[in-house]
Design a binder for this molecule. Structure first.
Ligand code: ADP
Length: 618
């Protein structure tokens, strides 16, 4: 996150650079203007000085030239006068000063080393030009040997009347000093500029540092905020824009800290809700890739967080073949899937909903998994039950109908058939009534409306009583020709148990009835009793057809019969053991069976029993 700012990118450098550049530009413009002006003024004043000098010289020399030209008699040679004048004038920067007559002959020369030119014709081209033109010539020339710049004035001299050309004055003066002066000034200017630039560099640096210091502090602070550290506070240096900005950053930091805190607590709350939910929750991004999965969903699908994060939701739910993401987005219908729990197969209902922004943009899907195994089981049982009841009722009704039809068709007049047919319909009706009674009994137990009327009963006596009844029954005419025998191995002592006598008799009757019913060839039926620390166990064993191993548990379910046809033929409804089980469980006991096909069956019935201590009776 932290990005190093290069030297040239720094605002500090930029400010210093701009200030110094501005100064340099200003100095350049001022300097250029100033130096040109000075140069012009100095040169002009130099030229004017020289012109004044030559004008003065002209007026001084003029009488001597006039005298010379007119060959006037005098005591002193005018040429000497002129030479004296010239030597007086020379110096102070004048390098060459000559007076030339109207015939171009040099009359006087200020340079004592060039006295040999006197009387000679002047070879100066400028002099010749002025001689021809009669006008003053003022030009800058360069010394061929030294290269120094010189100001050369060639001035024609006229007689006082102004009509007669008398000669020429040539003056060369050193203008170089003026230029030297200018370059001196330039050097001074440049030096002061350099000092100014250095000073401004230091000053600009100080100013920009003062400006950028708070900015740097803000930078550090905002970086800290971005990294989640809200502890720092910026110093507010003043009321200016930077001060206000610092103040606002401080406020922003406080607000971000608060917002972050509330987001964190919100997230924690959400996490804890998700963790402790009894439903599984899976959230995905907009492409259906899983981003959140809670503990319950992990358990339900038998996966780990790492395994599924980033995976496709439909793949994880194993519904890729039946469902597409598009369909899910369009319809969001609940689906049933198989859970992969380790213990037992489960059925899960997956409900989907979209995570949608206000704009309608779908940013993900939430899938809630609910374990509906129990519900589905109950639903299946309910369906099975309804189908069973209808089936059980339809069979006797159909048979009754056919008998009644036969009777109506004339059989009622048949003295042999009519009573038999009526007996069948009566039996079927009885069976239906029994079945309905059984069903009503079960439904009362289911609804918790069947209350036991318990009393302290001697179980040994009760079992003995039941066995006695059946002993009488097998010796009655109904069972004539069948060889049944009842054996008993009961306890010698009374065993007092709290139970509802009628109901328990019903259970024992049912087991005994079955023992007879499913032992078509007769055989011994043995009633046993045993006592343990916490319970008393009754068992009734027959030597009948037995029950296949797979059916042993199922026979206690409603309407379940191993051999439907036989059971029905024997008047069974398939509800007897179901009711027995409910009743025994109401007593806090347990019922189960053990059997070997073809050899016989034993039904066990265990009831809770706490043996009384001897002393309690004494
Ligand atoms: P049912 O009215 O058909 O006898 P029950 O609930 O009493 O219904 O019994 C359920 C089924 O269990 C019977 O249909 C029969 O197939 C089986 N069964 C019960 N007792 C015995 C037994 N002593 N020997 C063999 N099969 C039995």
């Amino acid at each position: 996150m932290k990005k190093k700012i290069r030297f040239y990118q720094s605002i500090n450098t930029k400010i210093v650079f701009i200030i110094v550049m501005l100064l340099v530009f200003a100095l350049q413009i001022i300097g250029a203007n100033f130096i040109t002006q000075i140069e012009r003024r100095l040169v002009t004043s130099f030229q004017e000085d020289r012109q004044a000098q030559i004008d003065f010289l002209e007026s001084t020399v003029q009488p001597y030239l006039e005298e010379y030209e007119n060959n006037e008699e005098s005591e002193i040679d005018p040429r000497e006068e002129i030479n004296d004048l010239l030597s007086e004038f020379s110096g102070s920067g004048i390098t060459d000063l000559q007076v030339i007559d109207q015939n171009m002959v040099v009359l006087g020369n200020s340079d004592s080393t060039q006295q040999d030119t006197l009387g000679q014709l002047s070879d100066d081209t400028d002099v010749r030009d002025v001689h021809l033109s009669g006008n003053t010539l003022a030009i800058q020339v360069e010394d061929s040997s030294s290269g120094a710049r010189k100001w050369k004035i060639v001035e024609p001299v006229y007689s006082s009347s102004g009509e007669e050309f008398l000669g020429i004055i040539l003056m060369e003066s050193n203008i170089e000093s003026v230029y030297t002066q200018i370059s001196d000034i330039t050097v001074i200017f440049l030096q002061s500029s350099a000092v100014a630039i250095v000073l401004s560099l230091i000053l600009a640096n100080m100013v920009s540092r003062a400006l950028t210091k708070p900015i740097k502090e803000m930078q550090t602070q905002t970086r800290a905020i971005a990294e989640g550290d809200y502890s720092g506070t910026l110093k507010v240096y003043g009321e200016d824009e930077l001060g206000q900005l610092a103040f606002l950053i401080n406020e922003l930091s406080d607000e971000v800290a608060e917002a972050q805190e509330s987001i964190d607590s919100e997230r924690r709350r959400l996490d804890s809700v998700l963790t402790h939910m009894t439903d599984g929750v899976i959230a995905t991004d907009r492409r259906g890739k899983i981003v959140i999965v809670n503990n319950m969903a992990e358990t339900m699908l038998d996966v780990t967080n790492e395994e599924v994060i980033g995976k496709n939701l439909l793949k994880v739910l194993d519904v890729e073949e039946d469902l597409t993401l598009r369909k899910l987005l369009e319809e969001q219908e609940d689906i049933l899937i198989n859970g992969t729990s380790v213990e037992a197969p489960t059925v899960l209902r997956a409900s989907f909903s979209l995570i949608q922004r206000e704009t309608g943009f779908i940013s993900g899907i939430v899938c809630v998994l609910h374990d509906v195994t129990e519900q589905e089981k109950i639903e299946a049982e309910r369906k099975q039950f309804v189908s069973n009841v209808s089936h059980e009722l339809r069979t006797p009704l159909t048979s009754m109908r056919s008998y009644i039809e036969a009777l109506a068709d004339g059989a009622w007049q048949d003295p042999d058939l009519a009573p038999r047919f009526l007996e069948v319909t009566q039996n079927e009706t009885d069976r239906m009534i029994r079945m309905i009674q059984d069903l009503l009994h079960l439904s009362r137990i289911d609804a918790g409306k069947s209350e036991l009327e318990v009393e302290l009963v001697d179980l040994t006596e009760l079992l003995d009583h039941v066995l006695n009844r059946f002993d009488m029954l097998i010796h009655s005419s109904d069972y004539a020709g069948k060889n049944y025998h009842i054996e008993r191995h009961l306890l010698n002592t009374p065993v007092f148990v709290e139970l509802d006598t009628d109901r328990m008799m019903q259970v024992l009757d049912n087991i005994m009835n079955n023992a007879l019913k499913y032992s078509p060839d007769g055989g011994t039926i043995t009633g046993r009793m045993r006592q343990t620390d916490q319970s008393v166990i009754i068992s009734i064993t027959d030597q009948g057809m037995g029950i296949p191993k797979n059916d042993l548990v199922k026979i206690f379910s409603r309407f379940y019969r191993v051999d439907r046809a036989r059971s029905r033929a024997m008047g069974g409804s398939g509800l007897g053991l179901a009711i027995s089980k409910e009743v025994v469980e109401q007593h806090g006991g347990r019922i189960w069976a053990d059997s070997k096909e073809g050899e016989g069956t034993t039904f066990y019935l265990s009831l809770p029993y706490i043996p009384f201590e001897e002393d309690e009776w004494s």
